[in-house]
Design a protein around this ligand. Structure first.
Ligand SMILES: C[S@@+](CC[C@H](N)C(=O)[O-])C[C@H]1O[C@@H](n2cnc3c(N)ncnc32)[C@H](O)[C@@H]1O
Length: 269
């Protein structure tokens, strides 16, 4: 968005900051408004490495999509908390390796819906679809006709919850919500999670969280133990729950704890 009067797409409130748009701002995108840039900048003041962190989180998406397709044989994904399209999107990475890969994207932010068309440009052999739904109502996702038409529960699913769970308060019981999703997945499915944490830099993260909550947002940094619980009894894949930059990096990482996210992938027995 340029300077001057901002025009809101239908359903989009440009007077309150939204996580999808702030994240888009950090990643250098254009689908954000003054209110998002204001909070985004204030959070960068708290955590100067914020843009780097967003980039490292995004690189994890690329590596995990690649490995789930190439090494775990996953051919279908359920990605909840997709965000504003950022190329390459998950289905583009998966379909580069296996063109028949199918992806169902889910988000509850109207700005993501506005851009969802960009997510639905799939290779003809594969498929990518978008559902507007809320992770706080897992059944509404699992019972959605589009999901049932696109994915088959007769084969493993790659369930990706990338940088979304911190937007749920403890009072929403995100562990129960994730457990409901896990329970619906067939054996051999894989769950990938990234989650911001105060474990590496408590003061910086506390300031960023205070900035976000002061602006009316829900943002919860969680400990390694709290993040581990999201995986239930699924088997953690190598290298386990690690700082996001350390999850199967493409090159040597000098300071893995410079991006304050835990990341891991687990497989359903
Ligand atoms: C920080 S973005 C992450 C985008 C992408 N997964 C990534 O990591 O690159 C978080 C996304 O989660 C979405 N989100 C937040 N709360 C949600 C909810 N209750 N149900 C579904 N999506 C939600 C936001 O709208 C936003 O697009």
């Amino acid at each position: 968005m340029g300077e001057g009067k901002e025009v809101a797409p239908p359903g989009v409130n440009i007077n309150v900051p939204h996580s999808a748009r702030i994240y888009d701002y950090w990643l250098g995108g254009k689908d954000n408004f003054a209110v998002d840039r204001g909070v985004g900048e204030a959070m960068i003041k708290a955590i100067p490495g914020m843009r780097y962190m967003a980039g490292e989180n995004r690189k994890f998406v690329h590596r995990v999509a690649r490995d789930l397709v190439a090494k775990e044989g996953i051919r279908q994904f359920l990605d909840i908390g997709t965000g504003i399209p950022t190329r390459p999107n998950l289905h583009e990475i998966a379909q580069r390796i296996e063109p028949s890969s199918r992806v169902v994207y889910v988000d509850n932010d109207p700005i993501v819906l506005v851009h969802a068309r960009a997510l639905m440009v799939s290779k003809p052999e594969g498929r990518s679809e978008y559902i507007s739904a809320d992770i706080r109502d897992p059944r509404s996702i699992l019972d959605d006709p589009m999901l049932k038409d696109t994915l088959t529960f007769g084969e493993p699913v790659g369930l990706t919850l990338i940088a979304i769970l911190m937007l749920l308060a403890d009072s929403d019981d995100p562990w129960a919500l994730v457990a409901a999703l896990r329970d619906a997945m067939p054996s051999g499915s894989c769950l990938a999670i990234t989650h911001p944490t105060a474990d590496f830099a408590p003061a910086e993260v506390e300031q960023a969280v205070n900035t976000a909550t002061g602006a009316g947002m829900t943002l919860v940094a969680r400990s390694e133990e709290a993040v581990r619980r999201f995986f239930g009894d699924w088997e953690m894949l190598e290298p386990g729950l690690v700082p996001v930059s350390s999850w199967r990096p493409d090159s040597t990482v000098e300071n893995p704890e410079a991006a304050y996210y835990w990341a891991g992938v687990a497989r359903k027995p």
